[in-house]
Design a protein around this ligand. Structure first.
Ligand SMILES: [Cu+2]
Length: 91
């Protein structure tokens, strides 16, 4: 049986909405960031623990595939580490 991809959409407008995304361990996951406001310094989203850095052009959805092999809490933030969101990977 083919396992589905977990998908989560995050709106970026003066912060991240939702701020917390819960995913299941071992199932491929894709986050989509869409920046809908030019408020704040949210034109870059990055995560050291999840291993990505993306430029967010206003109104253009940006997809990121993230690893789900480890259970835990993984932070992502804006380029200046002022705004934070979190990915929680559960068993
Ligand atoms: Cu910032």
């Amino acid at each position: 049986m083919t396992q589905a991809i977990q998908k989560a959409a995050i709106q970026v407008a003066g912060g991240y909405n939702p701020e917390m995304i819960t995913l299941k361990q071992g199932v491929p996951a894709e986050l989509t960031f869409t920046r809908t406001s030019d408020q704040g310094c949210l034109d870059v989203v990055h995560s050291t623990s999840l291993g990505f850095e993306k430029d967010l052009t206003l109104g253009v959805p940006q997809m990121v595939n993230i690893p789900t092999d480890q259970v835990g809490e993984f932070d992502f933030s804006c380029g200046m580490d002022m705004f934070h969101g979190k990915v929680v990977i559960e068993k």
